[in-house]
Design a protein around this ligand. Structure first.
Ligand code: AMP
Ligand code: ZN
Length: 324
């Protein structure tokens, strides 16, 4: 007793809850148990998993059972309709029937029914996972929640089995809820996702750009503007054809922003006189957009390139740059 107590109290150096959970499980099982039982007990503490299945409960099963008028929902509770009418023998009978259905299904489909969960977890190597989470600053790249509040997963933007690459550019950090929402869509939607990102318009100059690509990632490319406002004026565009900023998906916005960071370094290394940038989108003809394939201008600025730079993009309405 004293040895174990001493270990738990003083020696156990914890990097997670695993050690006390394992010891507790062994204590509760007469000192010996299989790894599955230990794993199940660890799982019972993992709220991110619970949250994932809460999502499934609400969005999938709950939805179907409510539609079929089997259950009612009241805030966080589900209620079986007509439960009060069931006799004490009918309840265990119905439970047995559910068990029968569960076992029948598992027997028929085998381990395949959990394959969608397994695939995602195994696919990403630890070091890449770390890089992706670091790049996302420990936050979900869709909803912005921090990893302290919700477990983050590393997700393929374009699914692997639909041609998505295993490169860091095709990964994003998603919280459990955002990833669950994405994963709950079926295979057809996944296929649609890769089809969506392949969209190109035959007569669009940016879909068929003939200029040298100076930077690229999974969803976006960059090239020098043909009619530069200043030297090394760059355009960053999504690979997919879409008209303007408001049609971009969040992964595309992320990809384009990432390219601006890479290009900023690149341009500043090439030209030491660059001391600032104007970055922007024109959206709509009235706002001055002339090419209707979404693009972000990255315009290098240098000291003295105009007489009075005050206001920057505010100067798109002449005379309004300086607001004082
Ligand atoms: P916007 O006015 O915001 O639609 O910007 C369109 C930008 O595309 C302008 O800065 C043009 O100089 C640039 N541009 C037009 N044609 C080409 C081209 N073939 N290659 C590269 N840039 C171009
Ligand atoms: Zn296009």
């Amino acid at each position: 007793m004293s040895n174990l107590k001493d270990f738990i109290e003083k020696k156990m150096s914890m990097s997670h809850i695993y050690q006390p959970v394992m010891i507790k499980t062994l204590l509760e099982n007469g000192g010996i148990t299989d790894k599955k039982t230990i794993a199940k007990n660890i799982l019972s503490y993992d709220f991110s998993q619970i949250e994932y299945y809460e999502g499934i409960t609400n969005n999938m099963v709950g939805h179907v059972l409510r539609k079929n008028e089997v259950v009612l929902k009241d805030k966080n509770n589900y209620k079986l309709k007509l439960f009060e009418d069931l006799s004490s023998t009918e309840v265990p009978e119905l439970i047995a029937l559910c068990d029968e259905k569960i076992n029948e299904y598992i027997k028929k489909r085998g381990a395949k029914i959990w394959e969608h969960r397994r695939r995602n977890r195994k696919a990403v190597p630890g070091s890449t996972r770390y890089q992706v989470l670091k790049r996302a600053d420990g936050r979900c790249e869709l909803c912005g929640i921090s990893k302290e509040e919700k477990a983050l997963e590393v997700d393929h933007i374009i699914p692997k089995n639909n041609g998505g690459e295993d490169s860091i550019d095709n990964y994003q950090a998603l919280c459990f809820s955002c990833n669950a929402n994405k994963r709950d869509t079926d295979d057809t939607d996944f296929r649609n996702l890769s089809v969506k990102y392949q969209a190109r318009k035959p007569d669009c100059i940016f879909c068929n750009i003939s200029r040298k690509i100076i930077a690229e990632n999974e969803l976006s490319i960059a090239f020098y503007d043909k009619y530069p406002v200043t030297l090394k004026h760059v355009l960053i565009v999504p690979k997919r054809h879409c008209n303007d900023y408001f049609e971009l998906s969040q992964p595309e916005i992320n990809a384009m922003i990432r390219l601006t960071h890479i290009l900023k370094e690149k341009l500043k290394t090439q030209d030491k006189n660059i001391s600032g940038f104007n970055i922007g989108f024109n959206s709509g003809e009235d706002a001055g957009q002339t090419v209707f394939h979404c693009h972000m201008h990255l315009i290098p600025r240098r000291k003295g390139d105009v007489e009075n730079p005050i206001g920057g993009v505010r100067n798109l309405i002449p005379g309004k740059g300086d607001y004082k």
